[in-house]
Design a protein around this ligand. Structure first.
Ligand code: SF4
Length: 442
């Protein structure tokens, strides 16, 4: 069921809905609860399976919303693979969503977690078929052994686990054989990748090197980085032209005092060094970062240091968000809370700066020929009856510029194309839209 909203018609045909939830902020949890209630209303015959990080931490609370809901916590999400068989065995002609939910609850309770505190069979649900996500992705690491004071993710996900190197190679080879031109390697904490290989283990740079050696043309995008992972060894591997010049660094603050309160393992200067090294390894890469504003104890001078760091690193984009208190974390009981309006104003100040930065970055590529992967193609509804109607393509360049191309071409999604950036779409960037430039096929 795509795009369900308050205005959607009732759907009494759907028998099962699976909702993946996030716990990163209070907002994310509120959003999940709203979606659960909306689906309960719009799909009166459906059982709802709720999974993911929020479900892991608040399973009882979520199941109490309605008897049609059952929870498969994020750490045992791989048990979703048992659901198709359970559905086949259940008598759909006498379908009772509450009974089906009960049977899922029994399945969850009947088998204790294989290794409590670790994600169970974390890589089992990997697929090489991407239906609504046009870009291929491969999860190679899950969980986290760090203990950042604001973070509920490591509590929800459990300890770090890694996909073994041979499986990673085979999965990427399969994606390449299916014609994918790019794969995003996803992790919770890339620095904790430790994949079994032969008689030992590989860290992330060693694994990426092996992926490059064992594939021919597929390109690799790294989902997110921590400053500590940017070493000489890492930079040697990413200098390969098949590693995309796009990096997102988890920075969070430019104040060493706040970084220490957050229990982060680096200092502001390490972030600067990481950016310098990435720029040496790749030509004009898109480097973005995450910043949390209003962490307990953050004074104006700490925030100013964050702004200074962002300027010094010349980030092309900053994802700034106000601190959100997560129950059960060390930061939740810290004193010196920062009022929400102050956190909000600081996040806005960074975002305004980041918009100008993104415009500057995209402008630098105006008129340039670039390669990109086509993400989606759609025909504008108003002219869909016209056989010669134009197609609106959404393409993402190697360095992560999101382009719109309006063309009669018959390019197919998920494939590499050459394009030329025509114009910067200033207003769309300012509004936080998902398209930043117009382009034409070459
Ligand atoms: S590194 Fe810190 S913020 Fe990231 S998942 Fe681990 S504990 Fe959470």
């Amino acid at each position: 069921m795509e795009g369900v909203s308050a205005a959607s018609a009732e759907d009494s045909e759907s028998l099962l809905c699976i909702i993946n939830t996030c716990t990163v902020t209070q907002k994310a949890e509120q959003k999940a609860r709203r979606l659960i209630r909306l689906i309960l209303k719009k799909c009166p015959c459906a059982a709802l399976i709720v999974t993911g990080c929020y479900a892991q931490l608040a399973g009882k609370e979520i199941e109490a919303i309605d008897k049609r809901i059952c929870v498969i916590g994020g750490q045992i999400k791989s048990r979703l693979s048992l659901i198709p068989d359970m559905l086949i065995k259940s008598k759909t002609e006498k379908w009772n969503p509450a009974d089906f939910s009960d049977s899922v609850k029994t399945m969850v309770a009947s088998k204790p977690a294989a290794k409590p505190g670790f994600p169970e069979e974390s890589f089992k649900l990997s697929t090489s078929a991407f239906v609504s996500h046009s870009r291929a992705s491969l999860k190679i690491q899950d969980g986290c052994n760090c203990n950042c004071s604001y973070c509920a993710i490591h509590i929800a996900r459990g300890h770090s686990v890694s996909l073994d190197v041979q499986s990673a190679i085979e999965r990427v080879q399969e994606l390449e054989a299916k014609g994918h031109d790019e794969v995003v390697l996803t992790t919770v904490n890339i620095g904790q990748y430790k994949g079994a290989y032969k008689d030992g283990f590989c860290d992330f740079p060693e694994m990426l090197q092996l992926l490059l050696l064992n594939t021919k043309h597929i390109k690799f995008r790294i989902s997110s980085l921590y400053p500590e992972i940017v070493t000489e060894k890492f930079c040697r591997v990413i200098s390969d032209e098949r590693v995309q010049p796009h990096f997102h660094i988890s920075v969070q603050s430019g104040s060493n005092k706040i970084l220490s309160l957050m229990n982060r393992q680096y200092k502001a200067v390490d972030v600067e060094n990481a950016c310098r090294m990435l720029r040496k390894a790749k030509s004009n890469p898109f480097i973005a970062c995450d910043i949390i504003t209003g962490f307990p104890g953050e004074k104006d001078e700490d925030f100013n240091q964050t702004m200074e760091l962002c300027r010094a690193c010349d980030f092309a984009w900053v994802h700034a968000f106000p601190y959100s208190e997560r129950p059960g974390t060390a930061a939740a009981v810290m004193k010196e809370k920062v009022p929400q309006y102050v956190s909000g104003e600081r996040a806005k100040e960074i975002t305004d700066w980041a918009i100008a930065q993104k415009i500057k970055y995209v402008e630098a590529f105006k008129g340039q020929e670039m390669t990109a992967v086509l993400e989606t193609a759609r025909r504008p509804a108003a002219i869909s009856a016209n056989a010669n109607s134009r197609v609106i393509y959404h393409a993402v360049t190697d360095n992560f510029i999101h382009c719109e191309i309006i063309s009669n071409g018959k390019a197919s999604e998920n494939h590499a194309v050459s394009l030329k950036i025509k114009d910067v779409l200033y207003e769309r960037i300012k509004k936080g839209g998902d398209i930043e430039a117009s382009a034409e096929f070459l």
